[in-house]
Design a protein around this ligand. Structure first.
Ligand code: PEP
Length: 255
């Protein structure tokens, strides 16, 4: 049985003051969050503040992740970049990789994303690998081809066994930040397709892989989505910026 996993992607939102307030809210309600694994992924600059807030409060059921990192694992002349080793050093357990905003706005290809996944794994970070189709791709009947390519690119670099340590987030691009959620049936169909694709290489590993849904998940739709057999949690954008909404989604995961 896979443990549900809910992660908050704060994107490029926050200030020292708002992070303090959000963490205070999350810490206060953390013991009501239920049985799901929980993580928050703040902008890199605020990771240390978040880790410190959790440590000072003795809050152990919220893990921390980053939203991106470079392919270079350690340190060097890579101005502006953040490495896997640095993320580990400041207390990250997870790193979101291949988010559609990075693919679209920062030209991250499947190959670059696969390299980042490999680097994350080599540095003991769990990648949250984002995949998903655009509306144009879905309408052109290319959904399965796009998803297959995104998965295959990583599979060919890290191999199937590594997927036991990878979280996949299926995020239809047309549902991210738009208020348009995939229906539970639409999402389940793609999640089953992803698991089926992995099962062709190794059914036991495929059964273990946690596949989150992401795209306008909110307290009102979270329970129905996460009740689907292949939906193992959520990657939450907008709703993760409000402590009550995020905790309500975590509760729905356990419902
Ligand atoms: C995301 O950015 O990963 C996301 C799912 O955003 P939202 O929940 O706001 O659609």
């Amino acid at each position: 049985m896979r443990q549900k996993f809910v992660a908050g992607n704060w994107k490029m939102h926050g200030s020292k003051a708002s992070v303090e307030a959000l963490m205070a809210g999350l810490i206060k309600q953390a013991d009501q969050a239920g049985a799901a694994k929980i993580a928050v992924c703040p902008p890199s600059l605020y990771i240390d503040q978040v880790v410190t807030a959790l440590r000072n409060a003795g809050c152990e059921n919220i893990a921390v992740g980053a939203q991106n990192m470079t392919t270079e694992p350690d340190s060097g002349a890579f101005t502006g970049e953040v490495s896997a080793r640095m993320l580990k050093d400041v207390g990250c357990e997870f790193v979101i990789l291949g988010h559609s905003e990075r693919r679209a706005m920062f030209a991250e290809t499947n190959e670059v994303v696969a390299e980042k996944v490999k680097t994350a794994l080599e540095n003991d970070l769990t990648p949250i690998l984002c995949i998903g189709e655009t509306l144009a791709e879905r309408e052109a009947g290319k959904l399965e081809a796009v998803i297959s390519e995104q998965v295959e690119a990583v599979l060919s670099v890290v191999g199937i066994d590594a997927f036991a340590k990878i979280v996949i987030a299926y995020e239809p691009v047309w549902a991210i930040g738009t208020g348009k959620t995939a229906s539970a049936d639409q999402a389940q169909e793609v999640h089953a397709f992803i698991r089926g694709q992995l099962a062709k290489s190794n059914p036991q590993v495929a059964e273990k892989v946690v596949i989150q849904y992401g795209g306008s998940m909110k307290p009102v739709n979270a329970q129905e989505l996460m009740a689907q057999p292949d939906i193992d949690g959520g990657l939450i954008g907008g709703a993760s910026l409000k402590a009550e909404d995020f905790i309500a989604i975590c509760q729905a995961a356990g419902a």
